[in-house]
Design a protein. Structure first.
Length: 224
């Protein structure tokens, strides 16, 4: 009687390490397909003749490979589209170089002639006031602007203190107080600055401003 030698369905660890890429630098979809097919063929070659692989199991593994491959290709396509979109946004943003913008912030620099700034009111206000403070936190000027409609708009500080004297050169801060029927409402301060350059990095397209800050294009409330 002839003895049939049985072999295990499970490949050696060395084989698994090889086909799973531990000694290969491939990381592409094609490499993953190659590793899967190599492993599948090896399993079929080393299967137990008395207990062969189930066809349904092979079909299931092939379906899983197809799904993973499709997802990987979709990810590559999305990454490519995002990269192209970001490049297009940077070219569009380059048109803003040399223009002034209003972006979130409360800095108010002056060299004796005052400075432009802005306010963003989501729902408007029946009373709006701007309090300008020096670096020590002392109030040097209060601007009462009355009722204002919703939206963002630029303002101008003439650089004068409350007593009419010229404020010393430096960077001041301003605080906003907005109310409707005596109840406080949201008011956001805006900095006025010139766009000097555009950068494109992992965090997206950034506008580099004359006040040495960088903002996203989505932060721009108004362009001049």
């Amino acid at each position: 009687m002839t003895t049939v030698q049985t072999t295990s369905n499970t490949p050696s660890q060395a084989l698994l390490d090889s086909v799973n890429g531990k000694t290969s630098s491939k990381s592409t979809v094609d490499a993953a397909q190659d590793r899967f097919m190599t492993l599948l063929i090896t399993q079929m070659k080393n299967q137990d003749p008395l207990n062969p692989m189930d066809n349904a199991q092979v079909t299931s593994q092939m379906a899983q490979l197809s799904t993973v491959t499709g997802i990987n290709k979709l990810n590559d396509t999305v990454e490519s589209l995002m990269s192209n979109m970001q490049s297009g946004q940077s070219y569009q943003a380059a048109n803003m170089i040399g223009h002034s913008v209003l972006v979130p912030g409360t800095a108010l620099p002056t060299t004796g002639t005052g400075s432009y700034f802005g306010v963003d009111l989501p729902i408007g206000a029946d009373k709006l006031s701007v309090v300008i403070k020096d670096s020590a936190g002392s109030t040097i000027r209060t601007l009462n602007l009355g009722a204002q409609e919703a939206g963002s708009f630029p303002l101008k500080w003439d650089g004068l203190a409350e007593d009419g004297t010229v404020a010393t050169t430096g960077v001041y801060k301003f605080e906003l107080s907005a109310t409707i029927a005596g109840q406080p409402v949201v008011a956001e301060g805006l900095n006025y600055a010139e766009v000097m350059s555009v950068s494109n990095n992992t965090s997206g397209v950034k506008l580099n401003l004359s006040n040495l800050t960088s903002v996203s294009t989505s932060d721009v409330k108004e362009i001049f």
